[in-house]
Design a protein around this ligand. Structure first.
Ligand SMILES: NC(=O)c1ccc[n+]([C@@H]2O[C@H](COP(=O)([O-])OP(=O)(O)OC[C@H]3O[C@@H](n4cnc5c(N)ncnc54)[C@H](OP(=O)(O)O)[C@@H]3O)[C@@H](O)[C@H]2O)c1
Length: 280
């Protein structure tokens, strides 16, 4: 089990991905974002999750450059993820989107590049582009986001490379039991977005009671539950105290009973769009 905040989970191609990362959705370019990413790295985070559609890759890139220098780290010490947006799904357009993300981030490779949403009729061609980038050694790992089992089955049957990661909405109200079982069988790493349900779970009585028992915050209980399920987690915060809090997950372990109690909160409830019914 994970004992340290820089512990990793090994993807099926042998690449090690940190179990914990920082999410930066809905944070605009600018000083708040730069400070959040820098503070995360200074406090030991090694993984940052952005996307072209977040419109903040330039500030993420600036923060990475400053943090590498200030913390005497090398680029290879970090794990940087971005995602190709729906409008750019296609073979040539996805290749171009990758170059555009690299340029904005000021990086010469990404650790992980994801197809952001499974747009029907478009994601297979985009996947071919990701396979090309991977074969050419331009990216360390490739994956998808918001893919249901049937999307994964389709992608695997038509593609050459099985995705290394599937990043999906995952929290105690949406425990994704079948998808988690399927991805484990397939050797695909599941990664949780909106792990804190965007803040909506923090006063849940069951979680508050479990948190009190361990002397931890509800956020820490949820994030630890992710890791004990073997799911990578990327909580977002721009507040230094919370960035620190969200990484203090490695000095306790949830009992099997408490894991089951948290699993029992599932209501198949989403805060984000349904991957089988979205119109963007
Ligand atoms: N692939 C996709 O389609 C997709 C979709 C959504 C998100 N994501 C990724 O997943 C990341 C995380 O998801 P998310 O940003 O939607 O939501 P989240 O991480 O579940 O929740 C973030 C919210 O919780 C607050 N928060 C964070 N830590 C806290 C703590 N310890 N105590 C109390 N409040 C806390 C944050 O506020 P402050 O910032 O004010 O602290 C923010 O309002 C995103 O940033 C993004 O990188 C991916």
């Amino acid at each position: 089990m994970m004992k340290h905040m820089q512990d990793t989970m090994t993807l099926h191609n042998g690449v090690n991905m940190p179990g914990l990362g920082l999410g930066v959705f809905k944070v605009e370019e600018g000083d708040t974002l730069v400070q959040a990413v820098k503070s995360a790295i200074a406090h030991g985070y090694r993984s940052i999750d952005t996307a072209a559609i977040y419109g903040n890759e330039r500030s993420v890139g600036q923060a990475i450059r400053e943090a590498l220098q200030e913390n005497q780290l090398a680029r290879e010490d970090l794990f940087i993820t971005s995602k190709v947006w729906n409008a750019d799904l296609g073979y040539e357009s996805t290749l171009a989107a990758y170059e555009a993300s690299l340029e904005k981030l000021g990086l010469d490779y990404l650790d992980l590049y994801l197809i952001h949403w499974p747009v029907q009729g478009k994601y297979n061609e985009a996947w071919r582009a990701l396979e090309t980038l991977y074969h050419e050694g331009r990216v360390k790992a490739i994956g998808v986001s918001n893919f249901q089992i049937h999307h994964l089955e389709d992608l695997i049957s038509k593609g050459q490379i099985k995705p290394m990661v599937n990043q999906v909405e995952f929290h105690p109200r949406l425990t994704q039991k079948e998808l988690l079982r399927y991805t484990k069988e397939q050797g695909i790493q599941l990664e949780a977005w909106s792990p804190l349900m965007q803040g909506e779970l923090l006063d849940n009585p069951t979680l508050v009671a479990i948190a009190a028992k361990y002397g931890k915050s509800v956020a820490q209980i949820i994030l630890r539950w992710d890791l004990q399920h073997g799911v990578i987690t990327i909580p977002k915060s721009v507040k230094e105290q919370r960035i620190i809090e969200n990484a203090e997950l490695f000095d306790f372990e949830l009992s099997t009973d408490d894991m089951s109690q948290i699993d029992g909160l599932n209501q198949d409830l989403r805060v984000g769009p349904d991957p089988d019914n979205f119109d963007f």
